[in-house]
Design a protein around this ligand. Structure first.
Ligand code: LLP
Length: 408
């Protein structure tokens, strides 16, 4: 039984080191652990032998991390022309890249095709466009089999209300369009959502996909998507990746036993690869008491980590140095002019002092990747910790980076 434990950041970024890094690079910064990242890649490869694991780079597209992930023999799942371009620049070969963008423009389809990446298409009109442009090309079809899941309604990507995927009823027409242009349907794809903990649900979706694939000759790729849940709250259990792997591998074997041309399992995990490898480190600027609350104001907020504001996500936090006062109901908030600018709410902990550091865990996925310039603030630096060494893998933005207008 492989239990992937909730690896906390203290093993690579304790109070002393975070203080040193904050001194060297300023705050706020995202810190990443090379060790945790490599371990996650290895765990996936071990659990799904023979599968093509295409890391969903939307979760974190820092080039240094992408190079490490490529070094761990993972491919990459992309959703924009620039993600494809960056993947190529980070050394991913065309056949290691899949593109699963939503509502792509013609220019984007051209760029993806030019780069030689595999495409997952999910609209009949997109198939027409692609077929006219690239007669005879291989394609994979994204399906919506109405089995969805995930940690928040915003991240459920299948079901009757979802914009993603072709319905099974559309499949005959999709295949007819493909045939008309000589497109070869070599793959089927689905992604049910993000932050899925229920193996049974994920398998139900995979079974539905395999059942459809069984009726289509020429299928070489069964792309079952990503979505593997990662625990954020202490009471959440890590998924048992070994069980997950065995169940999925057995299904693929049973599927392939019926076929002369064997299909390869493809997976697209994003969060699972990078989430626990990353933290956000910020400085406490202001401690302020109102009648009912203790607000701990920090120099980072929803513009750097939007997940708490957008999905009410709970992230583990700590303050360094550890204070010993009586725990109080602490609200950690940022510098943005919105009341929704929260990082953590109602945490019972000793109140930090101004100048202390805040560390936010599980920030490696959908952290920097979703950061913005709101309120005209810079995106933070990114620092990679590898053993005893740390290096800045992206600089904090400057005023000029952010403004970018010619006529200031
Ligand atoms: N494949 C496709 C087609 C996807 O759309 C996604 C995520 C993934 C793979 C990777 O899913 P993962 O393994 O990371 O769960 N911003 C949200 C998550 C949005 C995910 C969107 N699609 C969050 O912070 O929770």
């Amino acid at each position: 039984m492989t239990v992937v434990t909730n690896e906390t950041w203290e093993s690579w970024l304790g109070p002393r080191r975070s203080a040193r890094l904050a001194e060297r690079y300023g705050t706020p910064f995202y810190g990443y652990s090379a060790r945790v990242l490599r371990n996650r890649c290895r765990a996936l490869r071990r659990a799904f032998p023979g599968a093509l694991i295409q890391y969903a780079m939307k979760a974190n597209s820092n080039p240094a991390l992408l190079r490490m992930i490529r070094g761990q023999k993972l491919g990459v799942d992309t959703v924009s022309a620039w993600e494809v371009q960056l993947a190529r620049e980070c050394g991913f070969r065309p056949r290691a890249i899949v593109y699963s963008g939503s509502n792509p423009s013609v220019e984007e389809l051209r760029a993806v095709h030019r780069a030689g990446a595999m495409v997952n298409l999910d609209a009949l009109s997109a198939l027409h466009r692609y077929g006219k442009l690239f007669r005879g090309a291989p394609v994979s079809l994204r399906l919506n089999l109405e089995i969805g899941g995930g940690h928040h309604p915003h991240v459920v990507t299948a079901g009757p209300d979802s914009k993603f995927g072709l319905s099974p009823e559309e499949l005959p027409e999709a295949r007819a369009i493909a045939a008309r242009y000589g497109l070869k349907v070599i793959g089927l794809h689905q992604h049910i959502g993000s932050g899925v903990f229920e193996l049974a649900l994920w398998l139900e979706a995979m079974d539905a996909l395999l059942e459809i694939a069984a009726a289509i000759p020429g299928i070489e790729r069964i792309d079952a998507g990503g979505g593997f849940g990662v625990p954020y709250r202490p009471e959440e259990q890590a998924i048992e990746l070994g069980d997950w792997g065995r169940a999925v591998t057995a299904r693929m074997a049973a599927f392939n036993a019926q076929r002369t041309k064997k299909a390869r399992l493809v997976l697209e995990p994003g969060r699972f690869v990078v989430c626990e490898a990353g933290v956000l480190v910020a400085r406490v600027t202001t401690v302020k008491r109102t009648r009912d609350r203790v607000f701990v104001g920090v120099d980072s907020g929803m513009h750097h980590l939007i997940r708490p504001a957008l999905y009410q996500s709970w992230h583990p936090i700590d303050f360094y140095p550890h204070r010993t006062g009586t725990p109080e109901r602490v609200f950690v908030v940022g510098p943005i002019c919105e009341s929704g600018d929260v990082i953590a709410e109602e945490r019972m902990m000793p109140v930090p002092e101004e100048g202390d550091l805040l560390v936010v865990g599980n920030a490696g996925a959908y952290g920097y990747a979703m950061a913005s310039h709101y309120n005209l603030r810079a995106r933070p630096a990114e620092v990679l910790v590898d053993g005893d060494r740390a290096r800045e893998v992206r600089k904090r933005e400057t005023y000029r980076d952010v403004v970018r207008a010619r006529d200031v």
